[in-house]
Every structure is written in structure tokens, then in C-alpha cells.
Design a protein around this ligand. Sequence first.
Ligand code: ADP
Length: 538
Amino acid sequence: MRGLMMEYQLTIPTILRRAETLFAKKEIVSRMPDKSIHRYTYKDFALRTKKLSDALHQLGVRHGDRVATLCWNHYQHLEAYFAAPCMGAIVHTLNLRLSPDDLTYIVNHAEDKVIIVDQVLLPLLEKFKANISVQHLIVIPNAGQPIPQGYLNYEDVVASGDASRFEPFEGDEYTAASMCYTSGTTGKPKGVLYSHRSIMLHAMSCLVSCCGLGITEVDSVLPIVPMFHASAWGFPFNCTFVGAKQVFPGPYLDPESLLDLYEKEKVTVTGGVPTVMLGILNKLDADPNRYKLALRIILVGGSALPRFLVKAFDERYHIQVLQGWGMTETSPLGSTSVLTSQLVNASKEEQYDHTAKQGLPAPFVEIRGRNENGFIPWDGVTMGELEIRGPWIAAAYYRDMEPEGKFTSDEWFKTGDIVTIDEQGCIEIKDRSKDVIKSGGEWISSVALENTLMGHSAVMEAAVISIPDEKWMERPYAYVVLKEGKTVTPDELKKYLEDKFAKFWLPDGYEEVAAIPKTSVGKFLKSALRDKYSKDHG
Ligand code: ADP
């Protein structure tokens, strides 16, 4: 017998409708590329989004067409986020930090019909424009500057739309709504295609308080994570859903600009990768009384969260840091390090230990680990590759010519992350399979070594890589960036690690570098360090 509940498709227009009806007066604030601050309300946003939807239709965009964006985080990008899926098209966010070659590959592979681009990013588009064939290039003007020939002006396009002609998409919730390519850290970028339903269920799960963020209408939220990186971890959809104030930083991701927005816009929730948060902590530490912050929670993800960061923000600024683990393929919410009942009354130090782990899977997300001996026991010790399934986990890549090996025979997604899972179901990421160090048959966690090194008072950043070794096959080797004005010898670093790790875990060398190379989304690019090592050491 079927239940007697309404057939109600979980689609993006429902978010837009809710925001428009219930939160019309709430604010959306953006720092624009010309540094000016733009403010408007959800009412303005909904009207312009509907106009853009209609205008895209007038330009020939139809159900299933890809509307790409090459933009910083700001309100016009938010409009595109909603305008395309709300008319049954697909918003495809392009990573502005990728090379022109990668962008050419991605645009052609996705067969984008339209690209909406920030005028300040036109020099990047111009580098690969000749190699792609899209029907319309729409430029978001920078501070009223004229738009060059051959492009449409975004503001003219919006003005040409008629909100009364807007036809919200009311089809099947499994229809594709948005698209994002992986940032290519592990090979050619791969297309992940989110559906209306997956975005809606992901939003619900991000919003439930058991995941730890619990964003509501009273929050003011600033996503540092770019809107081209796994949908800014869902913030734009989730915040619009609950009517939270949204604050977008535009291209200005330096600690000073971010702290300025935190203070002026009374930001309560923010999210970004560890390296950005490290910069913010250092800025705060330089003058601890300078900023009056309303921040209640910082979500850190994308790479492992160093424990000292959790402790520093809590002890010095009374701000809670929460860790999230996820991937482009997981929408991205996979797990969060929310405290369980066993830990709420535990000592602060125990709580920090827990937050430095990747935590419990989100509701609807199922996990298991596997190594060469089969599924790993949930003992918190045995390592294996994390496998995952759930309603917002990719079931396939878009137009994938080599699908073998990415999914198990019973259709779980193979994450490529090496983890332990403890008896509570708490995940701890030990490494990415390609970064793993296997020394004398034993796994050494580069992540654990890095996070401990970054807790040393002289160390700003640390990355540990695997180097070849005749006897042990592989050995760990550390690269460190020192804090300004600080010095430390390799021997001192070795001593610092000695009482924290087994002897065979200690790196064979410590080398100071000016900077750790980063990926397009701010993660340590270990392949570049491995190349450097082989070049320097023959
Ligand atoms: P890319 O694969 O190009 O790096 P993603 O952003 O999809 O782009 O990266 C997902 C990967 O980032 C995960 O598989 C994992 O290795 C790493 N990651 C994400 N969040 C965390 C975290 N909290 N702790 C450790 N690693 C993380």
C-alpha cells in the first residue's frame, strides 16, 4: 500500500519561493571586485533571479542546458546559482584557479551553452575563448565599466527578463540541477552532476543540528570556500533555504578583508580550508583585541584540520571550530566532527582530540572501510579505503570514458581516502591513497605528522611526503614553512615529534621552504613536493 502523502518534488524553485515569501527583507551583502560593498534583500534577489531565468530562456537556454559561471563569490553568482536550475537548466561552476587548458577541457567536455563571467576574470577567459564554442558569453560588469565587443552585459540581460514570464521547473526531482568538476588533484577533472533532489536532501542534512552547524534565520554566514568548489559546501542553497543573512567576500580572501567583513556584518558562521583559517588566526593573534567578532562557529574542511587550530580559536577567542569531511563527489557533506554525548562533559583536551578527527557520517550517509584483507573492523586502528553511499553521493561521473575502479560492484563510491573508523563510527582520515607512506609494510600517516608539526610554535605550515628508500621502500620527509622571525633546527623538530610518534614514523629529513605549493582550492600539492625532492636529491 502506498502512503497517502502529497507527491511533492524536491526542487530548487521551492527554496527560491520560500526565501521570497518568508525572508523578503533579509540581506545579502557582497564585497565586489572593485571593493565596493553591495547590499540588497532576498526580495530583490528573487526578482532578479526570475528575470535572469526568463532572459536565459529568451537566449535559447532550455531544460538540461549547461550555464557555466566563472565568478567570485557575490550576489550575481548567487542569482546564476538559482536562475539556471529554477528553469530546468544546469548551473556549472568553473574553477577560476584552473589553467586555461583545464578550463578548455572542462567547458568542452560539459558542452556549456552559456558562460557568465566576471569582467575582472575576462583576461582568463580570453586565454581559452578561441578553443571553446559556447553560444553566449555574458559579462558581469566591474564598477560600471563598458563591456568589450562580442559579449553581453549581465545587467542588460537581467533587465531584459520579465519575472512574470518565469516558469519554475516542476519536473522530476532526479533531474540534474548543478554541475562541478573535481579540481583535478588526482588526474583529469571529472564532472559531478548534482540533482535537485540531492541538493535538497544535502541541504536538509547540513541544516540539521546533529551535524553541528545548525544554521538558522538568525545567522549571518560568510562562505570563504569558493562557490566553484563543491557548491561552496552547499552554503548558498542552505542559507537561502533558511533565510540566513549571506555575506560574500568577492575576490578578497586575505585575513584583513575577511575579518573586516566578519566584524561589520556580524558574521556568526564561516567556512574555509585550514590554510585560510591559519591566516586568520595569525592576524587575530597579531592584535587580539582589535576585532569584535560575533563568530560562533568556523567550519573547516577540504584538508585535515590541525588540532592546534581548534584549541587556539577556542581558548583565545571562544570560537568553536568544527571539522567537515567531504569531496566534490559527496556534494560535499560526508561527515562532521560534532561532539557526541560521551564528549560534551569531557575535558577540553579530549574534545579537541575529537574535533581533529573527521567525525560521524551525516544522516543518510553510510560508510565502510576496506583493505587487502576485506572490510576493516571499526576499532579505530585498522586502516582501509573509505567507501561511501547515500542520496547525495555520485553514482557516476558525467560522460566518463573510464568508469572502472571508481565504484564497487555493489555501487558504493570509493573515496581514495585511507581511514580508520572507531567503534562509535567516527572516521579519521590518515591519508589520501596517493599520498600514503608505506614504510617497511606499515602505513605512516602524513596527515598526523603534518598536523603535529604545525602545532610547533615556529612552524607555519608543514607537508610530509613519501620518499624512496632502499631498505624500507618509502620513508617520510617533511617540508616546513616557518613563521616570520622564527627559527628551528631539524634536530629540534625531530625531538618535538619524538614523544608523540613511534620511532619509525619520524621523518628522515626536515627542509625549510618559503611556501608549500597549493592546489587550485588551497590544499597542499604534494605531487609538486615529490617532484622537488627528486630534482633536488637526484
Ligand atoms: P580534489 O579531489 O581535487 O582535492 P575535493 O575538494 O573534492 O577536490 O577533495 C576531496 C578530498 O579532500 C577528500 O577525498 C580528502 O582527501 C580531502 N579532504 C576533504 N575534507 C577533509 C578533511 N576534513 N580532512 C582530511 N581530508 C579532507
